[in-house]
Design a protein around this ligand. Sequence first.
Ligand code: FES
Ligand SMILES: [Fe+2]
Length: 392
Amino acid sequence: MAPQINDLPDSSFRRILRQISDLEYEKGFALPGAFYTDSQWLQIEREQLFLRDWFCVGRIEEVSQPGDYFSFDQVGEPILIVHGRDGVIRALANVCRHRGTVIASGSGNSKKFLCPYHHWAYDTTGQLLNAPHMESHQAFDMKDCRLKQLGCEFWQGFIFVNLDPRAPALQVELEPLEKIIGNYHLEQMTLRYQADEVWDTNWKCLLENFMEGYHLTPLHRDTLHKVNPSRLCNHLQPGSRHFGYSVGFTSRLPADRISHPDLSDEEVDTCVMFAVPPGLAVGIGSDYSSFLCLRPLSATRVRVKMGLIFYGDHWAQKDIDNAVELFQHTMDEDKQVLARVQQGLASNSYEPGPLAARDLEGTIWDFYQYLGRNLGGDEPTGTASIGRAENK
Ligand code: FES
Ligand SMILES: [Fe+2]
């Protein structure tokens, strides 16, 4: 009998994660609702996941030219991704070295970044160029002043950032995943559609939703079910930095679709869904793929950058439009159901239910194991206790 993890006496979040560590898939249960509603638990996730681990922020194509940049906030940290005029793409703290103002906003192409407050100016590598009326300061040398540089790695065309200078390199840890998805050559696909949305759900709900195939048939009956039904889902062996599943197609792709020659016939006929937690989920198709980059805003809201990347330059605009419409339609179905999930998770009546078979919801269990490895350790004093639901 699987443990009724919602009923553990004096249970804490960390203890629950330890309790389920390494349990078989067949004993898997959902997590208690407070994991998805408690703002103090989100703070722990912020400190121990998002401030320590690598998170994906977008695609290299977004900053393809020198001077291209985009800026955003990740769990309260203002970040600037910029393609320097020296040819290097960097992640910089978007925080002025004078008195802390956030410097750049939005995205674009620029020769320099001017802080709006006192007009300190930085070049595209983060070096301070000019600081008006600062010549008389005796302990300040402009040449030694630059925006703080953050960990930045590129993998399969995605940009990853790390806010912890002690973090181990990501590329090596993703080698097992690369063995599975390497032939699809995501790094050769090009971003042709991007959207930025705020969803009324916890970031984990969105990741779990994208990463389980159980709902493909019932929720997406008129869309994804027709091409990728739940019955064709297969769980993939997880690694320390990834988890995923594959799903076959109901029929072969039309012959005019073009995909990478490295792909086997079987790979061409298979979608691979993978996550690199905490922030990236990808749905690979042989000819085009989708991705999500997650940025938690609160326990119950998440900002998501989503996009479609396409293989080859043969695409007619109408085919891209059709792909976008299918993607956006299914995402809208997910968005609506996740608002209802979030509502139910905050209810006193909610008790964690059993997870479906490994091929359908094994990835949820893999995600919990990731949470357990990173959050299930010793409790610092003041660890949040279950039950403080956030209303908004
Ligand atoms: S805070 Fe940026 S120039 Fe003063
Ligand atoms: Fe979905």
